[in-house]
Structure formats: C-alpha cells, structure tokens
Design a protein around this ligand. Structure first.
Ligand code: ITT
Length: 202
C-alpha cells in the first residue's frame, strides 16, 4: 500500500516519516510523487483545511498512483492570550516569508506582562485521509503548553522554540525528535489515523 502525504513543508514530512515508520506502507511526499498542489486553505477549521489539501491532491493523482491513500496535515498554534491566534493562520500570520525568529519574538512581545498561568497555548493538528474509493476521514491531535519568555532549543521547527511544556521545564525545541513525537499534536493525530487505516486497509 502506498500513502502520499500532501505537504510542501519538509519539517512536517520528516516528522511524518518518523512517526509512521512502523506502518507497513510506502510513504511518498508530493515531490516524490511528482505532484504539485497548493489549494486555497480557506476553511475555518484545521479539519476543513486538512480535507481541502488531501482532496486537492487526490483529484490530481496520476494513473499509476490512483490506488494510493492521500494524507494531509493542517496544524497551528493557538495562543489563548491572543484570542487563539495565529490558529489556522499559523503559516501565513505576519506573512508567509517572515522568519520564525520574528514571528516568535512578536508573540513573546504580545504576551509581555501576561503571568505564567495565563500564557496557555496549544498546538493542534488535523490529519485528513482520502481513500482510493473516495471515502475520507479526519482526526485531531492536541498538545497543551505555555508560551515561554524567550526562544529555547534548536530542534523542531516553526513555533517550537517558544512552546513550553505545561511545567515550563523545556520547550518542544529542546526535546529530542523521539520525545517530541511521543507527545506532540502530530504524533497523536498520526497514530490515530494509522489505527484507522489499519482497519480500512486490512
Ligand atoms: P503545508 O500546508 O504544505 O502542509 P504549511 O507549513 O503551510 O505546509 P500549515 O498551513 O498546516 O502548513 O501551517 C502550520 C504552521 O504551524 C507551520 O508552518 C508551523 O509554523 C506551525 N506548526 C505546525 N506544527 C508545528 C510544530 O510541530 N512545531 C512548530 N510549529 C508548528
């Protein structure tokens, strides 16, 4: 069985390969499948956007890949003190090409004076699957945490350096890849979808 993962984000792709390593399927990135797709992610929820991305790729599968499962990930950071922003806009917030150094500094600045108990935030990940027969499934994984006071750690990507575990001991950029995948939104969502795929592909 073959799975095509509909993302242009190489960091996501790396985590997906790590987390789904045990699943007895071949995983191809869009690049490896020779597909390019960049649909308008105009949904209001992570779930809607994940489905938009998966369906867009399922619609343009070349003949020899028609029996593949297509997966897509829509994820982001909800900061409670910012009214759950950047949320579904996490990639485009402050502009797609703005560096995460700058985006992370902006979030820390926005939270200046906000006490630790009000710095709550979460990473959310919706994973959508479109099966060869056209059926679709969507799951959600969440990790709760708090926004830190400075960037910490070199691992991970995106908002990881400011996303602290609830006890403020470490950021998710200070976790090893294995530690992050064990508790992350993406790890939780992908393990759920893997479970469902085992049933429907059996
Ligand atoms: P695709 O749509 O091609 O998959 P994207 O990067 O545009 O790639 P999203 O629209 O889902 O994907 O944007 C999610 C953003 O949220 C992502 O670019 C990161 O900045 C952030 N994000 C998601 N998961 C994260 C994680 O595990 N650690 C840090 N930041 C994360």
């Amino acid at each position: 069985k073959r799975v095509i993962f509909a993302t242009g984000n190489e960091n996501k792709m790396r985590e997906v390969r790590e987390i789904l390593a045990e699943l007895p399927v071949e995983i191809l990135s869009m690049k490896e499948a020779g597909i390019s797709s960049d649909p308008d992610e105009n949904g209001e929820t992570f779930e809607e956007n994940a489905l938009i991305k998966a369906k867009a790729v399922a619609a343009v599968l070349p003949e020899q890949l028609k029996d593949s499962v297509v997966l897509a990930d829509d994820s982001g950071l909800e900061v409670d003190a910012m009214d759950k922003m950047p949320g579904v806009q996490s990639a485009r917030w402050m502009g797609h090409d703005t560096s995460y150094r700058i985006k992370n500094a902006k979030i820390i600045e926005n939270l200046e004076g906000v006490p630790v108990e009000k710095r709550t935030a979460r990473f959310v990940d919706a994973i959508a699957a479109v099966l060869p027969d056209g059926r679709d499934l969507v799951v959600r994984g969440v990790i709760e945490g708090k926004i830190g006071y400075e960037e910490k750690g070199e691992n991970g990507f995106g908002y990881d350096p400011i996303f602290m575990l609830p006890d403020m001991s470490r950021s998710t950029a200070e976790l090893s890849p294995e530690e992050k995948n064990e508790i992350s939104h993406r790890g939780k969502a992908l393990r759920q979808i893997a479970e469902k795929l085992r049933e429907v592909l059996a």
